[in-house]
Design a protein around this ligand. Structure first.
Ligand SMILES: Cc1cc2nc3c(=O)[nH]c(=O)nc-3n(C[C@H](O)[C@H](O)[C@H](O)COP(=O)(O)O)c2cc1C
Length: 183
């Protein structure tokens, strides 16, 4: 079993004035309260046109991922798809957890589509997720959740399962490289 796991928190939105900063900050704080994780934040807004297709070594180093995505027109943002598609080996045999937000749906349709994308990339999508419907009404001006209990409990479940999967798959990758299973 590994002492410390690297978790990459991935932004879905690159919009000016995005709610994503508030949601990602909340996720980072919850991660900071949880022992055993070190955290990288991956923001596709920092990738310019020349970076498309460039590999981010922090994704390679990660033992697991938390994708923080809004819902756009019943799907997830194009910038997130571009980041995902720019990588391949980096996702394999690793767990992906989802924190989503939006209007009434809470981003659930974006997450359901992401599950198919990550399955194609040999990643393991976690069943346990956090959804924040009507996200504009969820946080106070300091970025604290107004009704924190339910979402904080859901986040603890997500982190416990992510830790389990990240440990299990890190051990498995060390024992037998995933790319060598099929020769
Ligand atoms: C182009 C666009 C499409 C959207 N489509 C949906 C949608 O289909 N379902 C939903 O629940 N919310 C939808 N919303 C609301 C967003 O999920 C919400 O504004 C969220 O805050 C966007 O994330 P961001 O501010 O971090 O970019 C949409 C917003 C935008 C800008």
């Amino acid at each position: 079993m590994q002492e410390t796991l690297r978790i990459a928190v991935i932004y879905g939105s690159v919009r000016d004035g995005r709610m994503a900063d508030t949601v990602v900050n909340w996720v980072k704080h919850r991660l900071g309260e949880w022992p055993g994780f070190t955290v990288d934040v991956i923001d596709p807004a920092g990738r310019d046109a020349d970076d498309q297709g460039a590999h981010d070594h922090r994704l390679d180093a990660a033992d697991g991922f938390i994708v923080v995505t809004p819902e756009y027109n019943h799907s997830f943002p194009g910038a997130l798809k571009s980041l995902i598609d720019s990588h391949f080996w980096e996702w394999q045999a690793k767990p992906v957890a989802f924190v989503s937000y939006g209007a009434a749906s809470g981003g659930i349709r974006a997450v359901e589509q992401l599950r198919g994308v990550f399955a194609e990339l040999h990643a393991v999508g976690l069943r346990d997720a956090v959804m924040l419907p009507n996200v504009w009404n969820q946080f106070d001006q300091d970025g604290a959740l107004l009704e924190a209990d339910m979402s904080a409990r859901a986040m603890r479940t997500l982190l416990a399962r992510l830790q389990w999967w990240a440990n299990a798959l890190a051990d498995a990758r060390r024992t037998h490289a995933y790319q060598e299973v099929v020769t």
